[in-house]
Design a binder for this molecule. Structure first.
Ligand code: GLP
Length: 265
């Protein structure tokens, strides 16, 4: 995996936005097929979304030929609830870019048949030709999407039970009450993300440092599902100085040396 280290979250967010824009343009230059982009929610990708919105507004980039698949959604939370991932994505991204409505895919956490909903999501990804680039964040326990510790690294889109830790961390969006955070979510699986042609994981701030270090230097483990990145042939971690703080000094130096030698390639 490649590790890009930036001074702070704002710089890291910019790097990620430029990378996405470059990939969209590269594909557009060689084929008429749509670019298929996987997307996360959370505070981590906000700077990236803001920069992508700026690029669209200034005419530098278009999402007219981009298809998106979001990572996850709470189960049982009305779509219009301000903290649903549907609301989040529209408010922070989709309402401000030129993506056709029918190109947006977000799991329906209120589906009458959740299993069928999850199976249909996997089929829709396959029908779109697979995901070109999946951007993700990580939880403080190293979860990717909502793949909590002990999610099989071979997992697919399904309904998951959130850990108490995750409900506590996310309670900041629900008036500080962990019980107000839905107990279950629908999430793409670890393997769904890892099947993408490229995976870019963002991690900013000291709260992510331990999970990030064990994902990079620890064993491949269902206990820290982002460690699956170790097996991805085109995995990129974009982090800031605070989030990379727990890796060995020599690992840090190596990542910096690789970037200096290879640039943004
Ligand atoms: C939730 C989401 C994850 C996200 C994580 C981190 O658990 N399901 O996809 O990576 O939050 O959120 P934040 O970026 O706010 O730290």
């Amino acid at each position: 995996m490649k590790v890009i280290i930036r001074e702070n979250a704002a710089e890291g967010g910019l790097w990620a936005a430029r990378h996405i824009a470059a990939r969209i343009r590269e594909k557009a230059a060689r084929t008429h097929k749509p670019f298929v982009l996987g997307l996360p929610t959370g505070s981590t990708p906000l700077a990236t979304y803001a920069e992508l919105v700026r690029m669209v507004r200034s005419g530098e980039l278009s999402f007219r030929n981009v298809i998106t698949f979001n990572m996850d959604e709470y189960v049982g939370l009305p779509e219009a609830h301000p903290e649903s991932y549907h609301s989040f994505m529209h408010k922070n991204f989709f309402d401000h870019i030129d993506i056709p409505k029918e190109n947006i895919h977000i799991l329906n956490g209120n589906a009458a048949d959740p299993e069928a909903e999850c199976a249909a999501y996997e089929q829709a990804i396959a029908k779109a030709g697979g995901i070109d680039l999946f951007m993700g964040g990580i939880g403080e326990d190293g979860h990717i999407a909502f793949n909590e510790p002990f999610s099989p690294l071979s997992s697919r889109t399904r309904v998951v039970t959130l850990t108490q830790d995750t409900r506590e961390v996310n309670s900041r969006f629900f008036g500080g009450d962990p019980d107000a955070v839905p107990a279950r979510a629908m999430s793409v699986g670890v393997a769904t993300v890892m099947d993408s042609r490229e995976v870019m994981i963002l991690a900013f701030g000291p709260k992510k440092a331990r999970a990030l270090a064990s994902a990079i230097e620890g064993p491949l483990s269902h206990y820290n599902t982002v460690s699956a990145m170790q097996n991805h042939p085109a995995g990129i971690i974009v982090c800031d100085e605070a989030a990379i703080g727990e890796v060995k000094v020599n690992s840090y130096r190596y990542f910096k040396a690789v970037e200096a030698a290879e640039g943004d390639a």
